[in-house]
Design a protein around this ligand. Structure first.
Ligand code: AMP
Length: 425
């Protein structure tokens, strides 16, 4: 299928070809036609599938083919959970609307509101926003979403994870009832389905990839290693393998900072990206990473959500996520756009149950390797280490393995609310 056959305008086709896209991705093929028809759409798609163009292209087509008042009220609102994602979606909107008479803007918190307000005053057709800043400016009467015709909720699952449900409801009450709604989510929990029911009107349901399957182009490997030797091993892998663009996941912000410092000390350019970093620091780190001056980016799950880094060759799980689905999201950042990617996980004894959970989810065993000098500790406990408890207590070294194992399984599969909190890093 071609972009032409989807019925997009010449100005959009020109922008698409300038981006170098040849054919629509599966989510674009499926989502663009119903969006052009004006239908509400519920799409299952994660970052890397081309979902942004999937909603942006038909939205821009509709707006430009149906011009309205000259003073440009906000006609399309795209809500995203994080600042990074907002900035990236905005970049896409700008790129795709290059040859259209459409104005767009992005607003998010953590930065001065003045330039954002000045842009809004000049008139904006498409607004990309995070919920907090949107409501903040609305409360100050600095913007109005009363004339929104198309509403996009991007990464709805993360929105809920991050506690934005009430904000989404507030935003909905500020828009006209009659509008088109598009909702994107990587996962479909009960809460997401409930949210979808409250937002969408007789939606067309589209799916990019079957949920929870690992992208085939990605080669996965596990290195079994002693906890205390992980830093040495990752430095060895990156330097000896001459890895260039490496995204490393840690479970905590503190872990991300610590590892970044050690990499830099070992002569590897690295930057951490997580919720505690200022917007400026995050943007700088991401820009450095994209252009190659920063070789390693160390991120937590939430911070990495929505990062648009095409053709990422290496993803390393410095620690496995305690939620198996997060593994799929993490490694989904490699092997994009047809390029082969490599995902490696450094797994210590206490992460054994997480590994089992992941293998069960993806339905395959991941190849295991042990590197000489970086062997796993045969005496280490297989009991999962609690958050914030980085070191193994000395007296647990000879703990009963099989007994611990049963506990881990239970812990891995239950207690959702605690696990949610863990993810906020
Ligand atoms: P997204 O899932 O929207 O974050 O997009 C992931 C990456 O794929 C981005 O870098 C896009 O620029 C790129 N992309 C989107 N659509 C296409 C396409 N049809 N062909 C090639 N690359 C694309």
């Amino acid at each position: 299928m071609s972009f032409q056959s989807l019925g997009l305008s010449d100005a959009l086709l020109k922008a698409i070809s300038k981006k170098g896209y040849e054919t629509p991705s599966p989510i674009q093929e499926k989502a663009i036609p119903p969006v052009l028809e004006g239908r509400d759409v519920l799409a299952s798609a994660q970052t890397g599938t081309g979902k942004t163009a999937g909603f942006t292209l038909p939205l821009l087509h509709y707006l430009s083919e149906n011009p309205k008042a000259k003073f440009r009220p906000i006609r399309a609102l795209i809500l995203t959970p994080t600042r990074e994602l907002a900035a990236q979606v905005y970049e896409s909107v700008k790129d795709y609307s290059e040859f259209l008479n459409i104005k767009s803007a992005v607003i998010f918190g953590g930065v001065n509101q003045k330039p954002q307000v000045a842009t809004l005053r000049r008139g904006v057709d498409v607004l990309v926003a995070t919920p907090g800043r949107l409501l903040d400016l609305q409360n100050q009467n600095l913007l109005s979403i009363k004339r929104v015709e198309v509403f996009v909720l991007d990464e709805a699952d993360r929105m809920l994870d991050m506690g934005f449900l009430r904000d989404i409801e507030r935003v909905m009450n500020l828009m006209p009832d009659k509008r088109q709604n598009l909702m994107f989510s990587a996962t479909f929990s009960k809460d997401i389905r409930k949210l979808a029911n409250s937002i969408l009107n007789n939606p067309v349901r589209v799916e990019a990839t079957p949920e929870n399957t690992t992208v085939e182009a990605i080669s996965q490997k596990v290195f079994r290693v002693a906890k205390g030797k992980k830093t040495g091993l990752i430095i060895k892998l990156i330097s000896e393998g001459n890895w260039k663009q490496v995204l490393v996941f840690t479970r905590t912000k503190h872990g991300a900072n610590k590892l970044t410092k050690k990499m830099i000390a070992a002569g590897i350019s690295a930057a951490a990206i997580h919720g505690n970093k200022s917007q400026g620091a995050r943007t700088k780190a991401l820009a450095g990473f994209k252009k190659g001056s920063v070789r390693v980016m160390v991120a937590t799950d939430i911070a990495a959500r929505g990062l648009d880094i095409p053709l990422l060759p290496h993803v390393v799980n410095f620690e496995l996520p305690n939620i198996s689905e997060d593994y799929v999201h993490r490694i989904g950042r490699t092997g994009r756009a047809g390029a082969n990617g490599q995902a490696v996980s450094l797994v210590s004894a206490d992460e054994t149950s997480y590994l089992k959970g992941i293998e069960k989810l993806i339905g395959e065993r991941i190849e295991v390797e042990i590197i000489e000098g970086f062997e796993p500790d045969p005496n280490a406990s297989t009991e999962p280490v609690k958050q914030g408890q980085n070191r193994q207590p000395r007296n647990s070294r000879n703990s009963n393995k099989s007994g611990g194992h049963r506990n881990q399984r239970n812990r891995n599969n239950k207690n959702n609310s605690r696990r949610r909190n863990d993810r906020r890093n």
